[in-house]
Design a protein around this ligand. Sequence first.
Ligand code: NAP
Length: 533
Amino acid sequence: MNANATSLTGAILIGARDLAADRSFRAVDPARDSAIEPAFAEAGPAHVAEAAALAAAAFPAYRATAPEARAAFLEAIASEIEALGDVLVERAGLESGLPAARLTGERARTTGQLRLFASWVRAGGADEPRLDSPQPERKPLPRADLRLRHIGVGPVAVFGASNFPLAFSVAGGDTASALAAGCPVIVKGHPAHPGTSELVGRAIRRAVAACGLPEGVFSLLTGTSHELGSALVADPRIAAVGFTGSRAGGLALARIAAGREVPIPVYAEMSSINPVFLLPEALASRAEALAAGFVGSLTLGAGQFCTNPGLVIALDSPGLDRFLAAASAALGGAPAATMLTPGIARAYAGGVAALEESGAAQTLARGRADGGANACRPALFVTDGAAFRATPALAREVFGASALVVRCADVEDLLAVARAVEGQLTATLQLDEGDHALAAALLPVLEEKAGRILANGWPTGVEVCHAMVHGGPFPATSDVRTTSVGTLAIRRFLRPVCYQDLPAALLPAAVADGNPLGLPRLVDGAAQPGAAP
Ligand code: NAP
């Protein structure tokens, strides 16, 4: 199979090779509920083994690349993605039902995050060297010469997410941070967007070749079976896993990883309902504006964001009544938008039906029912604090534009509801100055629940930067210490190595005398600036 930059072959991309398979599948256009050409090869365990062998062979040379070479590679991937032009956005739109404007923005985020990681690697963010000088005269014992740097953990398996076919998929945040860390990557492409995946996979492959890197630095396995992802995680050459998707999927992969002869970490971003606290003064002064902002955030992208505000918590008050009236009116007029896949649309309809039939929440409003195939009809429910705390099912993520409002009897009830929620990616406070005392009481609770706490904003929209945390306690993620967005995401795929009393001639450049790479380093506990790039 041969391909120019923008044609699709349906091949499995293993290193520089295009491979076929006995079985195939097609993508589905969710707006028309119809299959799209071409057929894509179903990868199996033999393909996993081949990709893993190549990745393991590539690891020693790839992790030894200098920061400048690795940064140039990340930038080359970004340029190759841009060079795909409109074809990429068109194919992603066809496979996901997402509008072109959203996908164009997502492409910019994808290339922007590759370039951010490039700059971070150049700035020493992968090596993070620390040196402690020897103290030969120290009593009672001398101190050795100790130098620490970080190296990549080894080949990383990345599971592309359905809801961000570019920014959380083949060249998304997990791939960018693993490559930045010096780890070869094998992507298990999401079966919802195989064509988008192939286009991006080929772009990465071209960057690998242009940068003179070993072919095993990147492979893309396409397929629709759990066996494929399971075999990848079980392969002894895989050292870590990045995943975004369902709680069931993330936990299944984490179980496989933990049960291996050599267990490995799974960094899974799974489910979050992102509570929004409407504090009393803010509600009293601007209930209608809050309702408009909330419905906009809830229905954005058919609600298919991990940061979608699925839970609203407030004290019973006239302000809350105004909010509910305005939100119901806005939601009632909200159009039904196509969801990413028929499976996600079915799961959404099932989740909404379960809330409707729960007996523990009342339906306040539904959006318009005029969508086509696989449409998400927005939904708004209300309950009280006692019912919420007594009914764990009310706190389950309904992926899509569905939200539950919890009407709390008093401050104690509100704090108890806050304590009852599971781990979250975000928690939002809508507050005015007069709400600061209540916010101060909530803050310690929210710090223990969420990775990011916002004031007077909406959680959808995640900035890719150095200070971002897109993580949180379980079930938001499987490892509370990490983030999957922002430069700190690189830490998931790095491990520290300390060199004690090594001869100068053997020291890696990152920790060598004279700082030949010009990296910022921590020397005897003091930050030492690097040479300007
Ligand atoms: P998913 O079903 O978890 O699938 C994600 C990836 O994991 C796919 O490549 C899937 O491939 C693989 N996978 C899932 N279960 C597996 C298992 N038991 N063993 C091996 N591999 C497995 O997620 P999805 O298809 O994107 O959406 C389904 C649901 O996930 C949504 O309704 C929503 O609840 C949730 N979701 C959450 C987020 C978030 O950001 N938190 C984002 C997207 C989706 P195969 O199916 O080919 O095995």
